[in-house]
Design a protein around this ligand. Structure first.
Ligand code: HEM
Length: 156
């Protein structure tokens, strides 16, 4: 088999339709989650769902539309404004688990996808403060160290 004929994981699991189903099911869970829902800045979860779909498609070998629209993923950095503590992570993973199971993928594919999602979710944790304490919800008040030295300081 030539390299060209080798299927990506994206293709093997069913391509675009599969990722749309996964993310739609995931956001149905988020919509009812009292901790996660208020973290999403937009009224409508549709645009956030689209960003996650495009990211996952790109990660697994599908089209690179995510980076064309959003640039380098820098996911940990993009999550810094949000209060991602172990509770938020576990809620995120619980909704994702339900969504992954709905896909009913072959066991090896399911395991590969799930293993990645778990590792990524653990890597996204950026605070151990309990929910309700610390940075404001809704992308305001990062409550984290600055990403770059402050070059705006007025100095002589
Ligand atoms: C661990 C718990 C997590 C929480 C609470 C969380 C929460 C959020 C929130 C509130 C947003 C902003 C919504 C938006 O504007 O798109 C966001 C964006 C995003 N998240 Fe997460 N997330 C988590 C884990 C993950 C993981 C594990 C991934 C990837 C596997 C991921 C991928 C993304 C992507 C791609 C975006 C959009 C980034 C952009 O282009 O602006 N998230 N997340």
């Amino acid at each position: 088999m030539s390299d060209d004929a080798r299927l990506s994981f994206y293709d093997e699991v069913g391509g675009h339709e599969t990722f749309v189903r996964l993310v739609d099911a995931f956001y149905r869970g988020v919509a009812d989650d009292e901790v996660l829902r208020p973290m999403y800045p937009e009224e409508d979860l549709g645009p956030a769902a689209e960003r996650l779909t495009l990211f996952l498609e790109q990660y697994w070998g599908g089209p690179s539309t995510y980076s064309e629209r959003r640039g380098h993923p820098r996911l940990r950095m993009r999550h810094l404004p949000f209060h991602v503590n172990p509770d938020a992570r576990d809620r995120w993973l619980a909704h994702m688990r339900t969504a992954v199971e709905e896909l009913a993928l072959p066991p090896l594919h399911e395991e590969t996808l799930w293993d990645y999602l778990q590792r990524a979710a653990f890597a996204m944790v950026n605070t151990f403060e309990p929910t309700g304490i610390g940075p404001a919800q809704g992308a305001r008040g990062a409550g984290t160290l600055p990403l770059h030295p402050d070059t705006t300081k007025e100095s002589s």
